[in-house]
Design a protein around this ligand. Structure first.
Ligand SMILES: C[S@@+](CC[C@H](N)C(=O)[O-])C[C@H]1O[C@@H](n2cnc3c(N)ncnc32)[C@H](O)[C@@H]1O
Length: 302
């Protein structure tokens, strides 16, 4: 591979290739282009006559990928994987051989101090992948009642100190608005008891994850993708999903198990090897599941 400007190290790289098994001439979608690590490897394998369409909600990821495409049959597109049907219609593709989504946040987004993903950098509390849509996380923190805030942080962040955190947010915002990621990180840090893993994981990690999932409607996007993908992928084609959160993994597991259009090919999720974890600690919570499409339910109509 040629050098790219991305800092993102793709997780479960060999496992994705083994599961998706890309072949020359195939047409694939990578619904989460990110640093294009997976997408470029897929494009190399479907070359010369196949193509990979790489979608990202984040325009910066798409622009960065455009610079490293070179001769590869990879088309970066600004879009949401929840709109898979519409995207395929726009590019004139009637059927895919397979698709991948590797959801969540890329290391490039985390390193971008201007968007609030990292509480180490004092950017605005935004957390949207696509700032042209919806509203920033600062709105949630400004407007939601204490109980709703606690529920959101508990559910999407699996944060057991959610009540204390919600109370601290509400108390603090009475005095002055919470606008930056650094403000919120400080409030959370002071609100929760110090735990032994505090040096490894910042105490605000789960709260930020919860807000990010909420402002980007990440669970809704995943559910819509899983509902529509069997109509876009050919019979026998494979869909690979990598998640980083137990709520997301449950949605994937249940969809693959309960929707008759899928046959799950991974009984248990595939996780990173010790060797990968040593190289890339971000792979710690990654879970990969694969399913095959059983029957063609018809493509989107033009
Ligand atoms: C974990 S990274 C993907 C990394 C990529 N597989 C690689 O090899 O570099 C997740 C990416 O998905 C994007 N993303 C998140 N939700 C999305 C959605 N609903 N539609 C399209 N892209 C999305 C994020 O902007 C981010 O760039």
């Amino acid at each position: 591979m040629t050098d790219t400007s991305t800092q993102h190290v793709p997780v479960l790289f060999e496992e994705v290739l083994a599961q998706l098994n890309p072949q020359p001439g195939q047409v694939l979608v990578d619904g989460t282009l990110g640093g294009a690590g997976h997408a470029r490897a897929l494009a190399q394998r479907v070359a010369p006559n196949g193509r990979v369409y790489g979608l990202d909600r984040d325009r910066r990821a798409v622009e960065a990928a455009q610079k490293v495409v070179g001769d590869l049959p990879l088309t970066p597109l600004w879009g949401n994987y929840r709109d898979l049907k519409l995207v395929l219609r726009d590019v004139g593709v009637s059927q895919l051989d397979g698709a991948l989504i590797d959801i969540g946040l890329s290391s490039d987004q985390l390193a971008d101090a201007t968007r609030g993903f990292s509480f180490m950098a004092d950017g605005p509390l935004d957390l949207r992948f696509d700032a042209t849509e919806g509203f920033p996380a600062s709105e949630i923190v400004r407007k939601k009642g204490e109980q709703d805030l606690a529920d959101l942080i508990y559910r999407y962040g699996e944060e057991r100190h959610s009540r204390r955190i919600a109370r601290a947010i509400v108390e603090r915002r009475r005095d002055k608005p919470i606008e930056t990621a650094g403000d919120l990180a400080e409030i959370v840090k002071k609100a929760v008891p110090r735990t032994p893993d505090a040096d490894r994981i910042h105490p605000a990690t789960r709260t930020f994850q919860a807000l990010r999932i909420a402002v980007n409607d990440e669970l809704g996007a995943l559910e819509t993708f899983l509902r529509d993908a069997p109509e876009c992928v050919r019979t026998g084609g494979r869909v690979v999903v990598i998640t980083f959160h137990s709520l997301e993994d449950r949605i994937v597991k249940e969809a693959f198990r309960d929707d008759a259009r899928w046959t799950p090919l991974t009984k248990k999720p595939i996780t990173a090897t010790e060797a990968e974890l040593a190289r890339n600690p971000r792979a710690r919570s990654a879970k990969l599941r694969t399913a095959m499409v059983n029957q063609l339910a018809g493509m989107p109509t033009a």
